[in-house]
Design a protein around this ligand. Structure first.
Ligand SMILES: NC(=O)c1ccc[n+]([C@@H]2O[C@H](COP(=O)([O-])OP(=O)(O)OC[C@H]3O[C@@H](n4cnc5c(N)ncnc54)[C@H](O)[C@@H]3O)[C@@H](O)[C@H]2O)c1
Length: 448
């Protein structure tokens, strides 16, 4: 008898008696149910970091649109006043805990998953602790701002058997979908190089420098905080992993590059002459969530963009060599008159040019333009306009994948810890390369 056909006698009896029991419960004619619907169990989630993202996308939106699938059981933040504002805004009865009581929250509320939406530098400690306490994790990007944090996440995931999902909503954007499908169609052939230009305008770009993001100790720099989205997008598009990183960068505009500065806009003595003056009192939202809470931690949401302690590069260029030979040329500038991206992929058979017009002083027919040109062949131009909703509808699609049962994921958009770590590591390596002038090998930063 072949090995596969050998049936253990005890197993056989066990199986056949189960069948007989089923036949008794479901009399002949009715037979037994072909597919039994398992009772659906709501996912119990606790959230740490109840600021903008935590109280909206991962807070109010979950209660408003995902209550059928998710139960919010706990909220945690280092700022007790913001925690109270967020609880009200989210509209939940979940218990609130200060950051020092994170373990207690897990013990008392027993969540299946912890959603991590704190400032970037604090993600890792909650990701690791949540897994140690038996929870899965849904973390905002970047999962980490330092290489040793990345290592601790990998080690904790292995040690505990828990799982980390990383919320790369950019994978769910229309342009990402379109580019991925064109690559998979084979029209471009093997992708040899990618040029990726990130344009942040004087509104969006400056907004990072008003907030905690402007300091590397909080955000790992914009190369980690912001560009990790783009590095992940490229890693996912070409299904490859980074090997070596070389970068140049500087703080050319914000921070120390101005003659005057103050603590924050509301108290500023240069309101009249500073083009970047922002009157936060006009935003009820910001005044409640940040202004009314600033005495707790001294965090000013309208911080001065000329603060001498700002050190996150506003101008940078990064070169990445991938394990499949693809070369990425990435650049970011954070003080432009317009906002958007230009992404070009050069393949052996042709080139795809994508232009995303996010905000600019001129009219455009579409917010995304794509041009596919074939070597010795035709060139075709077309435009697409993303639907309304958080990040062009991407936030909802991401949440559907993570929170609704039985979602299909043909383009493999759901991202785990490895994707989260590799995208953060490109930014971390770029930072190290800027500081040392060296080419940085990913294998010297981490052991998977
Ligand atoms: N994927 C996206 O499109 C997207 C968009 C916005 C923000 N984000 C991410 O969401 C996260 C939060 O960003 P935000 O804009 O909401 O910032 P925010 O400043 O509004 O909120 C951060 C919150 O973290 C809290 N916090 C700080 N240190 C803490 C600690 N040690 N323990 C507990 N809580 C702590 C702060 O008090 C604050 O409430 C960031 O990691 C950011 O990268 C992602």
């Amino acid at each position: 008898m072949s090995k596969s056909k050998k049936i253990d006698r005890r197993k056989f009896i066990g199986r056949s008696s189960k069948f007989m029991a089923a036949a008794t419960i479901f009399p002949m004619g009715l037979s037994y149910p072909i597919s039994e619907k398992k009772p659906f169990k709501k996912l119990k989630v606790a959230l740490v970091g109840t600021g903008g993202r935590g109280s909206s996308t991962w807070g109010k939106d979950l209660i408003d649109s995902y209550s059928e699938y998710v139960e919010m059981v706990g909220l945690c933040d280092s700022n007790y006043k913001r925690l109270a504002v967020a609880k009200k805004r989210i509209g939940t009865n979940a218990k609130t805990y200060e950051a020092k009581d994170f373990d207690l929250m897990i013990k008392e509320t027993k969540p299946d998953s912890v959603i991590v939406t704190t400032i970037d530098s604090q993600h890792e400690k909650y990701i690791v602790r949540a897994m140690e306490l038996g929870c899965n994790v849904i973390s905002e990007k970047p999962v980490a701002t330092e290489a040793d944090q990345c290592q601790r996440i990998i080690d904790a995931e292995k040690r505990t058997g828990q799982k980390v999902d990383v919320t790369f909503n950019v994978r769910y954007m229309m342009e990402s979908d379109a580019i991925k499908k064109i690559i998979l169609s084979g029209d471009l052939g093997r992708i040899v190089s990618i040029d990726f230009q990130e344009y942040l305008d004087v509104n969006h770009g400056a907004s990072y420098y008003r907030r905690w993001h402007g300091k590397i100790k909080n955000s790992g720099s914009l190369l980690v905080h912001k560009a990790s989205h783009h590095f992940d997008m490229v890693n996912w598009l070409i299904d490859a992993e980074p090997l070596e990183i070389k970068a140049t960068g500087r703080l050319a505009f914000y921070g120390k590059n101005n003659a005057y500065r103050d603590r924050n806009c509301r108290t500023c003595s240069f309101k009249d002459k500073c083009k970047f003056y922002w009157d936060m009192t006009k935003s009820k939202n910001a005044m409640e969530l940040y202004g009314a809470c600033e005495d707790v931690d001294g965090y000013y949401r309208d911080g001065c963009i000329w603060d001498n302690e700002i050190d996150s590069y506003d101008t940078s260029a990064v070169e990445v060599l991938y394990d499949n030979g693809t070369i990425l040329n990435y650049s970011m500038n954070a003080f432009m008159p317009y906002e958007g991206q230009r992404i070009s992929l050069t393949g052996e058979k042709g080139r795809l040019d994508v232009r995303i017009f996010a905000r600019q002083p001129w009219e455009t027919d579409h917010s995304i333009e794509l041009r596919l040109s074939k070597n010795f062949g035709e060139s075709k131009l077309w435009g697409i306009t993303p639907p309304k909703g958080g990040h062009g509808g991407a936030d909802s699609k991401l949440k559907d994948t993570l929170l609704k049962p039985n979602q299909s994921d043909p383009l493999k958009k759901r991202a785990g810890s490895r994707a989260g770590i590799l995208s953060s590591l490109i930014g971390i390596a770029a930072r190290e390369s800027i500081e040392t002038g060296e080419t940085i090998e990913i294998s010297n930063l981490i052991k998977f």
